[in-house]
Design a protein. Structure first.
Length: 250
């Protein structure tokens, strides 16, 4: 009887864990869509893993979290959690952080590259950069004063056999520069996307009106209605909060 109860508890735990992971996946997809990060500058956002970005002294950030630039001066530790047992991490990966500025910003001239590394590996679900090619070292946020909350977006892509970086971005490039990220993804044959997350930094008060975006409410996501053994809590999609993710730590 005790052994049977043990297996029942394990099964229920697995169901709850799977539901929680699926809810997180749906939540991050909704966050990226509502923050107007898809399809520009992220052409397609269909993650196969949950990306955790852990900053020293701050911990893991939530999608769209509003932080100070001092809290994210140094590069975070990145961890991937696969959404199911069919996902494995092998080969090389590209890690990028771009700044498409505030919601509503004209993206025709591109985005600002704050971090770009090719040839990263995944060991025990953690991104490692030993032996990788760093194009742009992590450069912390420095948004212009009064320009609104900038969306600093960290994404991880797989590198297939046909991956080929352009000559001007095949070696170290000092400092933050503007480039068109969708073109980089297309021209280098990157993909598919593995995971992503973003945070926000704002200096001063926006002098222009920033378009509002819809909130992410967990009770509206499909996974929230799956059968469950109990109540699960997903901090990425809070059921009792309905705020604009363009301007709130959410």
């Amino acid at each position: 009887m005790a052994l049977r109860a043990f297996f029942v508890v394990c099964a229920l735990f697995s169901i709850a864990l799977a539901q929680s992971t699926q809810l997180q996946l749906e939540a991050i997809e909704a966050h990226f869509k509502n923050a107007e990060l898809v399809p520009i500058p992220i052409p397609v956002f269909e993650p196969m893993a949950i990306l955790a970005a852990n900053f020293q002294g701050l911990g893991n950030i939530s999608p769209g979290q509003l932080v100070s630039k001092d809290q994210v001066t140094n590069a975070p530790e990145l961890t991937l959690t696969p959404v199911n047992s069919t996902v494995s991490f092998n080969g090389n990966y590209t890690v990028a952080m771009i700044d498409p500025a505030a919601v509503g910003t004209d993206q025709s001239k591109g985005q600002y590259r704050h971090w770009l590394v090719n040839g990263a590996k995944v060991t025990d679900n953690k991104l490692t950069f030993e032996g990788a090619t760093t194009i742009t070292q992590y450069a912390g946020p420095a948004p212009p004063a009064d320009s609104g909350p900038h969306r600093y977006t960290v994404v991880v892509y797989t590198q297939g056999e046909n991956f080929a970086p352009p000559q001007d971005l095949s070696g170290p490039v000092p400092g933050v520069e503007q480039f068109v990220f969708p073109d980089y993804v297309k021209n280098t044959n990157l993909g598919p996307l593995v995971a992503g997350i973003y945070y926000q930094v704002e200096e001063g008060t926006a002098t222009a009106s920033i378009p509002a975006t819809s909130s992410v409410v967990s009770s509206t996501l499909p996974a929230a209605h799956l059968p469950s053994s109990g109540t699960s809590s997903v901090p990425w999609a809070k059921p009792s909060i309905a705020l604009s993710c363009a301007s709130q730590p959410f």
